[in-house]
Every structure is written in structure tokens, then in C-alpha cells.
Design a protein around this ligand. Structure first.
Ligand SMILES: [Zn+2]
Length: 392
């Protein structure tokens, strides 16, 4: 692989050249003289670490397909049922739609994706297979990690746990869960299965938790207890996590401290008027926050375009962040926070890290979030995979 020199850019903000060798950042310095290297002139563009979508649902997408007016109702159970009943009508999952959405994400500068893939007795593992096929088409441009996700419930849909086990045996690396109380109505039973599978197969955990108020907060405690007992620190994520923003201040403080201490992270998508976690408080306490798009153009939602800068803007806006420093906290959830959630040790804008980078015409990271210009250059493992918004 020919060395690549990014000349005249501003990695993180300060002017410097970036030398890339064998897919990794070999040097970041004011002026690098690299003979024989391919050169990309960045003319002062900002360089950011590539984005991480830590929570989406690729298998559900209709991206590139027909426009479908949403019919899902507003309650969670209505959305689940609508998605389940209508998916066959639109040929969901569809490998081509998944591929098209991944291509869109790459052009927006996303380099890693964690996607929650539906597993239930009706679809079996067909969604897992469709996502795998699309991910292999885009191999080298984006890394896709699947979560074995019981979208229709776990205990209330007999056979689902066995299918999740099959998915884990086939290489899916993360176990999902869904509202252990609100959907499955048996929090202890649900979590024992999820944590049992993670323990047995060495998998990570990422649980959808919409359950609200004191019920949801109690489920936080159950998750924290099990994480501690099984030594899964740093490997467990609660997605959406509405309850933490709904309990009183003292209880919120205790939960924040426990999350930080035990290494359970949160992932938010900052969609609609759904509750978002107290991002600044969590970060100050040392607890991780990641960010994702959730569903994109599917039977659940007509919204979304795969752009993590847009998601970061929504998170900043919903958090009432206005200073550059605060807006960078929201952007961090779309970059380093996502890397921590997914356990990506080799990620970052530093020497030795994988050269997963985005160059963009903005003066500061905060301006990038507010203006969201076309991505000038996107690199994955040192390879240019998109230029000026077009896939290469
Ligand atoms: Zn989700």
C-alpha cells in the first residue's frame, strides 16, 4: 500500500500534515517530507476522526427503495407490530437497501456501525444474513458490527433466545435486549438470558431500554449488578436509556456514579422529543455516552440520512449546548464515545491509530457540527473511500 500524505490540513484544529503508512497514522507533524507518498492537498480543511454510528437498524431500512408513508402509530408496541406485520409487504430485510444505506453512511464519513438486527421466529436469521452480505460488499469501506436483537420480545416470543444463540455462534458479537419489563414483563428472566448468552459466548451487550421512570431506573440497577457480577465492565451499553433523565436529582446522581464505576455506557439517538441522558454530567463523572441514528427511512420512521454530524447537532441542540466546548462533547459521542462503546482500541486521531479520517471544510469541530458541509475526503484504514460526497 502506497504511503499517503494529507498535506496542509488541520487535524483536530491545528495546522499539520498527516502521514499514513499501512493503513495507520504514522506521523502528525507541522511539515512532513514524505518522498514517494501519494499526496492529498487539504488546503486548511479540518480533519476529524471518522464517525461511529453506535446504534442503528440497517436491516429495517427502505433506503434506495420506495417512499412509504408511515403508518406505525406512536406507541412502542404499535411501532413494533407495524414493522413486523408490514415488513414482508416491502421485502424487508433487503440486502440492496442495506448496501445503499451503508454507502450513504460512508459518504457522510462514518467508518464503524453498530446495528441492531431483528431476530425472531418469523424472520429467523435472514436479517442477520442480509446485513452480513451488505457489509461484505462494503468491506474495506466501513466496519459493521451486528447486535442479535429481539425486536419482538424475548420471553414472549419462544424460540427467539435459541435463534440469538445461533447468531452468536455464527459470529455476531453483541447480544441485544429490549425493555425487559415493558415488553417482556419479566426483567429478571430477560436479563438473565441476555447476560447468560454474553457470558457463554464472550459477547458484548447492548440493551434497548425505553422503560421509563422508577421502573426503568430499577432495570438500570439490575443491569449494573449483573455487569459487575460477571466482570463485564466496559462491555455493556444501555441504549436510549430514557429513565435516567426522568428520575429525581439524587437518584440520577447515584445512577450516574454507578454507571461510571461499573463501566456501563449509554447510547442515545436524540430523536423526536424522546428523553436524552444528561450528557455533560455523565461525561464529567467518567461514564461513556455514544450516539447513533436509530432507524433510518424505514417502517418506523421516515427520518434520518445516516449523517452523524447531523445527529451530533441534534444531541447538542437537545442538550442546550451552545459553546464550542459543549458542542465538542456532543461530537465526541459520535467519535470517541462510539469507539469506547464498541471497544475499538485502535481508533483516534493520533499516531498509531487506524487512519479512519474525515476532512471537511470547516474552521472548528463546532462549526462542522453546525454547518455540516459535504465531506471532502473520507478515509478508511488509510484508503480514500469517498470524495466530495461521492463513494469511491
Ligand atoms: Zn434502536
Amino acid at each position: 500500500m502506497t504511503d499517503l500524505l494529507l498535506r496542509g490540513g488541520r487535524p483536530g484544529g491545528a495546522p499539520a500534515d498527516v502521514l499514513i503508512k499501512d493503513g495507520r497514522i504514522a506521523a502528525i507533524a507541522p511539515s512532513i517530507d514524505a518522498h514517494g507518498a501519494q499526496v492529498e492537498e487539504l488546503a486548511g480543511r479540518l480533519i476529524l476522526p471518522a464517525f461511529i454510528d453506535a446504534h442503528c437498524h440497517l436491516d429495517k431500512t427502505l433506503w434506495g427503495g420506495p417512499w412509504v408513508s408511515n403508518t406505525s402509530g406512536t406507541e412502542l408496541v404499535q411501532m413494533i407490530e407495524n414493522g413486523r406485520v408490514r415488513r414482508a409487504e416491502f421485502g424487508v430485510p433487503n440486502e440492496d437497501h442495506v448496501t445503499a444505506l451503508l454507502e450513504q453512511m460512508v459518504t457522510q464519513g462514518t467508518s464503524y456501525v453498530r446495528t441492531h438486527t431483528d431476530i425472531d421466529p418469523e424472520v429467523g436469521l435472514t436479517s442477520v444474513e442480509a446485513v452480513l452480505a451488505a457489509a461484505s460488499t462494503l468491506e474495506g469501506r466501513v466496519t459493521v458490527e451486528q447486535v442479535a436483537f429481539p425486536q419482538c420480545g424475548l420471553l414472549i416470543k419462544p424460540g427467539t433466545a435459541e435463534l440469538m444463540k445461533e447468531a452468536l455462534k455464527a459470529g455476531v458479537g453483541t447480544v441485544g435486549g429490549l425493555d425487559p419489563a415493558g415488553v417482556d414483563r419479566d426483567p429478571v428472566g430477560h436479563l438473565n438470558i441476555v447476560f447468560g448468552l454474553a457470558d457463554k459466548y464472550g459477547a458484548r451487550i447492548d440493551i434497548h431500554l425505553h422503560d421509563s421512570g422508577s421502573l426503568g431506573a430499577w432495570e438500570f440497577e439490575l443491569i449494573i449488578e449483573r455487569t459487575k457480577a460477571l466482570g463485564l465492565q466496559g462491555r455493556v451499553v444501555i441504549s436510549h436509556a430514557f429513565a435516567i433523565s426522568e428520575v429525581d436529582g439524587d437518584q440520577q446522581d447515584r445512577l450516574v456514579e454507578a454507571l461510571a464505576e461499573v463501566g456501563v455506557g449509554l447510547t442515545t439517538c436524540a430523536i423526536y422529543s424522546d428523553p436524552i441522558p444528561p450528557v455533560a454530567k455523565l461525561r464529567n463523572a467518567g461514564a461513556n455516552v455514544a450516539l447513533g441514528n436509530d432507524g433510518i427511512r424505514d417502517l418506523w420512521s421516515p427520518y434520518g440520512n445516516g449523517d452523524m454530524l447531523e445527529r451530533a447537532m441534534h444531541l447538542a441542540y437537545r442538550s442546550f449546548f451552545r459553546s464550542d466546548e459543549d458542542i465538542e462533547v456532543a461530537l465526541d459521542a459520535a467519535t470517541y464515545g462510539g469507539a469506547r462503546a464498541l471497544g475499538l482500541a485502535g481508533y483516534g486521531l493520533r499516531e498509531g491509530a487506524s487512519a479512519d479520517l474525515v476532512a471537511i471544510d470547516a474552521r472548528t469541530p463546532a462549526e462542522a457540527v453546525m454547518a455540516r458541509p459535504t465531506r471532502s475526503l473520507v478515509l478508511k484504514s488509510g484508503r480514500v473511500v469517498a470524495r466530495d460526497g461521492g463513494l469511491l
